[in-house]
Design a protein around this ligand. Structure first.
Ligand SMILES: [Zn+2]
Ligand SMILES: [Zn+2]
Ligand SMILES: [Zn+2]
Length: 328
């Protein structure tokens, strides 16, 4: 079953998706559903022996184009809607042990092109308000399949984080007549203490008010709202920025750092939008062995407590792993 239930206290939708309890959990590697289908072996999710990048609909979707009728009746205060939308899986590579950090710049550029296509195609559906591309990496944040992959959710509503960022960007533009993303980037570049990397057309840094110790945001220097608006040189600058950041993350503690990657593009549901494209990375590690959990203040009050200084974590990330052209 899946449906959208309105949380009247917070003014937001919750997606209930109960069939997800049955989903594949850490299968042995011989049964990886994201590997190519080998001759004489059971078929995987990808019915081909070879591919570069594969995209398919999630077998256990939270949102789908033909959603079932909701399991309960809603009320005026607590409405319920069918879970309309889409959930897709993007498999980055046919190789089970591949990593994005270990991929060539060309392979990462291909992935960026796939992200652009999925945004355009899903965003064109009339029911879709927001296309969200993300990756969960590492068991520490609940990854159930190790094969390198990311996901796309196409929501029939503006999700809360996008709604807040959109509202702040609008408020800033009304007050100053400029883009919040551009102005923040100018300030950060002038200060420099929180900058982690710079590549052609892109800058990455720990945000001034980071919620997570090694949180990093990547943003294009030019005012761009969607991935498909990037010029060829900016796409290659983004690939290099992604690769550099992930190599730094893996060098930080000497193991593949778990993280959540969130791509924040403009909403696709029409209306007057002028937000600045950016990527956000949240690794859960506070230290090599300690994870940050969302506890009382974060979960119950929505106020994050970060027990590290963004200036110090940025300096640490600058000093580990390759920088600039060395990352190629
Ligand atoms: Zn695999
Ligand atoms: Zn901007
Ligand atoms: Zn954001």
């Amino acid at each position: 079953m899946s449906e959208l239930r309105w949380n009247a206290l917070l003014g937001e939708w919750t997606i209930t998706a109960t069939h997800r309890q049955d989903r594949t959990f850490l299968p042995p590697r011989d049964f990886c559903p994201l590997c190519p289908t080998r001759p004489g072996r059971a078929p995987t999710e990808i019915p081909r022996e070879e591919f570069e990048i594969a995209v398919f609909e999630n077998r256990f979707p939270s949102l789908e184009s033909q959603p079932p009728e909701p399991a309960v009746d809603g009320t005026d205060l607590s409405p319920v809607r069918p879970a309309l939308g889409a959930c897709e899986v993007i498999v980055y590579s046919p190789h089970h042990d591949a990593t994005l950090a270990g991929s060539s710049i060309e392979a990462i550029e291909r992935l960026i092109t796939v992200w652009s296509h999925r945004t355009l195609e899903l965003g064109a559906r009339p029911e879709v308000e927001y296309v969200f591309i993300f990756e969960n990496r590492g068991e520490a944040i609940g990854v159930t399949l190790h094969h390198p992959h990311g996901q796309v959710y196409a929501y029939p509503f503006l999700p809360p984080v996008a709604a807040r960022e959109t509202a702040e960007a609008r408020r800033h533009r009304e007050r100053h007549g400029t883009c919040l993303g551009c102005d923040l980037a100018d300030e950060e570049r002038a200060d420099g203490r929180r900058t982690v990397l710079e590549t052609p057309g892109w800058r990455g840094g720990v945000p001034f008010a980071a919620r997570w110790p090694y949180e990093v945001h990547l943003a294009p220097t030019r005012h761009v709202g969607w991935l498909h608006e990037l010029e060829a040189e900016e796409r290659s600058g983004l690939a290099l920025a992604l690769k550099t950041l992930l190599l730094k993350y893996d060098a930080l503690f000497g193991f593949p750092l778990p993280y959540i990657m969130a791509i924040h593009q403009r909403p696709t549901g029409g209306g007057d939008h002028d937000e600045h494209l950016h990527f956000e990375f949240y690794p859960p590690n506070r230290t090599e062995t300690k994870l940050k959990y969302l506890a009382g203040s974060e979960a119950g009050a929505g106020a994050f407590i970060n027990d590290t200084l963004p200036e110090e974590t940025a300096a640490r990330l600058r000093s580990v792993g390759p920088t600039g052209e060395a990352a190629r």
